[in-house]
Design a protein around this ligand. Structure first.
Ligand code: NAD
Length: 359
């Protein structure tokens, strides 16, 4: 058997600690369900810069090309903050997304019932939320040209361009509708079509794509209203489809519904099975090396990998259930600790989740 090939890029700071736990859990899933994972580790971020002089060495890219999925930790740290932009650790993330055309960013927003008090929002509003944000990741305002500084009538002027083509909108909409089909069959497409031309095209194309998914109920929503509705009544959402900038902002807003950044996974995919999976959080230099980082975001990212890159739904659910069980048993890393619970280290949390896979 060839095995399921995964490029493992732990990166910097707590990226290394949490990725180790995700790999541990995947190994156990392999044993329980009879899969062989082939993990190949490679350098990325500041660690890569220190050893190879660049944040994304060619050998890392090659290992990623030879794999079906990338499991990434996190990159960055003060040590590398003064490097020129193309050598900074974060440049590796943009380069990976661009190189592999990872145009769809998926961020699930799930609240684990035992952590309901970790969110600043009222319990009654939060109960039962389960949202998937599908954000376009390689177009729009962040990449559109021209993007420059100018001098106009003696003063500085800056320009960013919001550009979307029909094909860019179509492919992300297809991903979102397909995901909605596998969930509660409900989709909200978010735009600003009352003002922006790109949004008017977005709406047109989403309407066209929707015709192939008559089983999915869908609505258009202006982004300002969406921001409000996410706090007013988050339970009304299942899949939220949106462009790059709106998705960036809305997904952080939605993250706050769940309370802790250490719990949030993400996937960046392109619709053909290949994908990059990483926690939403960064390298957390303030707690790196202390063995106290929460590995759950990374472990849940590996569950997304099983679901989206390998089509292993049952295995993905086994990880998610193991996380739920361990939280219900009262185990907590310091970031989600509350009175009466049992505080554990990064490694112990990984061990507990791995054990729960075999329950
Ligand atoms: P961060 O997400 O690293 O940390 C923010 C806060 O959350 C810190 O107090 C940290 O201790 C805490 N935290 C984060 N993850 C945690 C976890 N798993 N368990 C417990 N606590 C956790 O964001 P930051 O401090 O703004 O950035 C630190 C570095 O990470 C910077 O260099 C930044 O550029 C980089 N960064 C990288 C990524 C990425 O690799 N995708 C994302 C965001 C930030």
């Amino acid at each position: 058997m060839a095995g399921l090939k995964v490029a493992v890029l732990p990166g910097d700071g707590i990226g290394q600690e949490v990725t180790e736990e995700a790999v541990k859990v995947l190994e156990v899933v392999g044993k329980r369900f009879g899969h062989r994972f082939v993990f190949r580790e490679a350098l990325v971020g500041g660690t890569a810069y220190d050893k190879r002089g660049v944040p994304l060495p060619e050998e890392t890219l090659q290992i990623c090309r030879d794999s079906q999925a990338i499991l990434l930790g996190a990159v960055g740290g003060e040590k590398w903050d003064n490097l020129p932009p193309h050598l900074r650790p974060e440049a590796a993330l943009l380069a990976l997304r661009k190189n592999f055309q990872l145009f769809a960013n998926l961020r699930p927003v799930i609240l684990f019932p035992p952590l309901i008090s970790a969110s600043p929002i009222k319990r009654s509003i939060l109960k039962g939320i389960d949202i998937m944000i599908v954000r376009e990741l390689t177009g729009g305002l962040y990449f559109g040209q021209p993007k420059e500084r100018r001098e106009l009538e003696g003063e500085r002027v800056a320009v960013d361009s919001m550009v979307y083509s029909e094909s860019e909108i179509k492919r992300i909409a297809e991903v979102a509708f397909q995901i909605a089909r596998g969930r509660r069959k409900l989709l909200h497409s978010v735009d600003k079509a009352n003002i922006l031309e790109t949004s008017r095209l977005w709406r047109e194309v989403v309407n066209e794509v929707a015709k192939s998914y008559p089983d999915v109920k869908f609505y258009h929503l202006y982004v300002d209203n969406a921001a409000m509705q996410l706090i007013r009544n988050p339970r009304q959402f299942d899949v939220i489809l949106t462009e790059n900038t709106f998705g960036d902002i809305l997904s952080d807003e939605a993250a706050m519904l769940t309370g802790s950044i250490g719990m949030l996974p993400s996937a960046s995919i392109r619709g053909d099975g290949f994908g990059m999976y990483e926690p939403v959080h960064g390298s957390a230099p303030d707690i790196a090396g202390k063995g106290i980082a929460n590995p759950i975001a990374s472990i849940l990212s590996s569950a997304m990998m099983l679901r989206f890159s390998f089509g292993l739904e049952e295995e993905a659910k086994a990880i998610e259930e193991a996380v739920r069980d361990v939280l219900e048993m009262g185990y907590r890393t310091p970031d989600i600790m509350s009175k009466g619970k049992i505080q554990v280290s990064t490694k112990e949390m990984g061990d507990r989740i791995a054990q729960a896979i075999f329950k």
